[in-house]
Design a protein around this ligand. Structure first.
Ligand SMILES: NCc1[nH]cc(CCC(=O)O)c1CC(=O)O
Length: 308
């Protein structure tokens, strides 16, 4: 291996924390010093779009393309991502070669003056840029004024302090990684507020055929998280999932048995379809794909006409 190994990441504090976690695990697994790794921050299109919903800006790959370009031209050797931000289709020549042990998958509500979503006064603003969170919030509280809230975790918390909205939603995983879990005022149960496919899981992308990197990453790959993610990503792919489709999906493992729960919901939160499936962890991708096909068939094509 050429040293130092170049670890590509977005430049946000959360992304940097994730890259550092990957580096720490690599150091521990291989008894290597910090100097064996170089963290290379790279700005992505998604980071530069602050004024509109990501869904409007094209959705797929906004946080990943620049990192993938850097992988192809050798500026970096691995790219550390939030799995939630990864398109289901990768470019030819790249693969997700490791998943780190999953953090908490749940979403958190951060209230400015009240602790719980149900305690928000009638009609107040709640900020979120995620179509899934917007839909789930509207289902719980159709009266709320759901407004677009873009930017990284720090930006969103600042907007909240400034009173731009009375509350917002963030992934607990991100808050935990930033040492900010204390700002969460309500942690949403996965049943009422199912997470996005991939939420809470860091993945590492690399060049197919890069055997030195493959061997290095094999030592930190977490198999149960990999299986859960294979299922969730197959579900998303079966639904042609993108930022434009509110989709939730969450797989858990008990030994070799995988359980999956999926949901699709209209953006206004009024209609939804759920699916549940179980099976051997070895069949993770098939279970996810079949669950996606089932819920798609049950919903009917009209369900997806929101976007026409
Ligand atoms: N799109 C931004 C993004 N991508 C991953 C996370 C959280 C960390 C994770 O899910 O691993 C976040 C921020 C958020 O949703 O609050």
């Amino acid at each position: 291996m050429q040293t130092p190994l170049k670890i590509g990441t977005r430049a946000s504090l959360l992304a940097m924390a994730q890259a550092q976690e990957a580096r720490s695990r690599l150091m521990a697994a291989h008894g290597l010093p910090e100097e064996a790794f170089a963290i290379v921050p790279i700005a992505t299109t998604g980071d530069n779009i602050q004024d509109r919903a990501l869904a409007e800006a094209g959705g797929k790959g906004l946080f990943t393309k620049e990192l993938e370009d850097a992988l192809f031209d050798g500026r970096i050797d691995i790219a550390v991502h939030s799995s939630k931000d990864m398109p289901t289709q990768l470019p030819d020549g790249l693969e997700l070669s490791a998943f780190l042990p999953r953090e908490d998958v749940r979403d958190a509500f951060i209230g400015r003056t009240v602790k719980s979503i149900m305690d928000l006064p009638q009609g107040v603003r709640l900020g979120s840029s995620s179509l899934r969170r917007q839909a789930l919030i509207r289902r719980m509280r159709p009266d709320l004024d759901v407004v677009l809230f873009r930017g990284n975790v720090q930006t969103r918390l600042r907007k909240l302090e400034e009173g731009v909205a009375e509350g917002t939603m963030l992934a607990l995983a991100g808050l935990n990684r930033l040492g900010l879990s204390h700002v969460a005022t309500e942690i949403m149960p996965v049943e009422a507020f199912p997470p996005a496919p991939g939420q809470g899981a860091i993945c590492i992308e690399s060049r197919i055929g890069d055997e030195a990197v493959g061997a290095l990453l094999a030592a930190i790959h977490h198999e149960p998280t990999g299986r859960a993610l294979a299922c969730e990503r197959a579900f998303l792919a079966a639904l042609d999932g993108s930022c434009r489709t509110p989709i939730a999906g969450y797989a858990t493992l008990a030994g070799d048995e995988l359980s999956f729960n999926g949901l699709i919901i209209t953006p206004d939160g009024t209609q939804s379809h759920t699916v549940a499936a179980q099976g051997p962890a070895a069949d993770a991708a098939r279970i996810g794909a079949e669950a996606g096909a089932e819920v798609r068939a049950r919903a009917g094509e009209n369900f997806f006409d929101w976007w026409q």
